[in-house]
Design a protein around this ligand. Structure first.
Ligand SMILES: [Zn+2]
Length: 417
């Protein structure tokens, strides 16, 4: 069987035919070149308007990289014709194997983009002997095609989240669809300001925003403000994941401060290596951690009291009636305000301030699963961490859409997997 026969099976073009196939002498990597010729009597198609037009002239040969085969690089070689188009002027013809001025064929770009879902970009580049830039460019093409073709109808519930990136205090705002039938990343924006989230709503559109039934977010002021303004008819829910994360941060602060004080006073360092012990859910502790915790509980430490307050707050989420949940919340806040533990008091004040939004949780509870935002948060952090080589915001953005956007791909992209 000839290579031409295989190519005609996997990627046939109506107005072009495969010509000679040859090895490139002296190439550093085994390289095959496959000639492409226009079918005789076929007229070139203008890349501007997509109409058949009379030929004008022929440009020098160009090489377009195709999917590598058996350890060899494969290039299509073709001398593009130019057309004299009455509407567009003199233009290069449309070539169905490539888009725009790219050097990678569409098939190869989709191939790399698909592998980039399973491996890091660096690994993909190494595996297929190509460059990081080519992988990035392929993923970027896949993402922009997917975002142009994605269906945004029927989005009823969204979750707004933020993640820190690049080790510093730089943030990304992420908006997810969290409906039961469809969960995906919808949008990524730089920073976490009012402007950031406004940009999301501008992109999402007024009509769709008004159809939102639930918006789930953290207590971050910028978000609260924009959500109230742009999705006023939705029930705004402060979700469990973010609130428990706030309490976790408070405990962390108390513990660090107390451990420092104890060390300064020369006490036994009972709090060292207890960070995760105090942050984890009690039911998730290992046997050894459980013993250590029981020991700790005998001390009357601020850290321990803060921990117990957090544990108690878990009960809040068990309620079904917003009314009784509210009663519980008030009692818990009063108790915490009397605890003399400043970081916890600060959190209690914050919860009090957002009482109505907190109770919305119970109004919306059965409509969507709140664990979704938490799950996405973990995956998003993993994606940006895996991509530390990125450096630029654009690369991080593209990686997130690619990994979490559940973006559509054209039918032809599946052919090679
Ligand atoms: Zn034209």
């Amino acid at each position: 069987m000839q290579i031409k026969t295989i190519l005609n099976r996997v990627q046939k073009f109506k107005s072009f035919v495969y010509g000679a196939v040859r090895w490139v002498e002296g190439a550093s990597v085994p390289t095959l070149e496959v000639e492409i010729q226009p079918r005789s009597n076929s007229r070139p198609v203008c890349s501007g308007c997509g109409c058949k037009r009379p030929g004008y002239d022929t440009l020098p040969e160009r090489r377009f990289e195709f999917i590598p085969m058996w350890g060899s690089k494969v290039f299509f070689v073709y001398a593009p014709r130019r057309v004299g188009c009455p509407d567009c002027g003199i233009r290069v013809e449309r070539m169905p194997w490539v888009a725009g001025k790219h050097r990678l064929t569409e098939a190869y770009a989709w191939f790399l983009a698909d592998w980039a879902k399973r491996l890091s970009w660096k690994e993909v580049a190494e595996a297929f002997r190509t460059t990081w830039d080519h992988v990035f460019c392929s993923v970027e093409r896949a993402v922009s095609w997917g975002r142009e073709h994605q269906d945004l109808s029927g989005v009823k519930a969204i979750g707004v989240d933020e993640i820190a990136w690049q080790r510093g205090h730089r943030y990304l705002t992420l908006v997810y669809q969290i409906d039961g039938h469809c969960k995906r990343l919808l949008w990524v924006g730089e920073k976490r300001t009012v402007k950031t989230l406004l940009r999301f709503f501008r992109w999402f559109g007024k009509e769709r925003s008004q159809e939102l039934k639930f918006v789930c977010s953290d207590m971050w002021k910028a978000y609260l403000k924009v959500i109230a303004k742009k999705a006023g008819s939705a029930v705004h829910v402060l979700d469990r994941f973010h609130i428990m994360a706030h309490l976790g941060k408070a405990i962390d602060e108390v513990r660090a401060q107390e451990a420092k004080e104890m060390k300064a006073k020369g006490y036994e360092p009972v709090l060292t290596k207890t960070r995760w012990l105090l942050l984890k859910l009690r039911e998730n502790l290992t046997g050894k951690q459980e013993v250590k915790l029981s020991e700790l509980l005998q001390y009357n430490l601020k850290s321990i009291r803060a921990y117990l307050l957090k544990e108690e707050f878990q009960l809040f989420w068990q309620y079904t009636s917003p009314y009784w949940a509210g009663v519980f919340l008030d009692k818990w806040c009063t108790k915490t305000m009397r605890s003399k533990i400043e970081p916890m008091k600060k959190k209690a004040k914050m919860l009090r301030r957002h009482r109505p939004l907190l109770l919305n949780w119970f109004r919306a509870k059965k409509q969507f699963s709140s664990g979704v935002v938490e799950g996405f948060n973990t995956k998003a952090k993993l994606t940006t961490r895996k991509a530390y080589g990125f450096k630029t915001y654009r690369a991080a953005e593209v990686a997130l859409y690619h990994a979490l956007g559940a973006l559509p791909v054209p039918d032809t992209a599946h052919k090679f997997f």
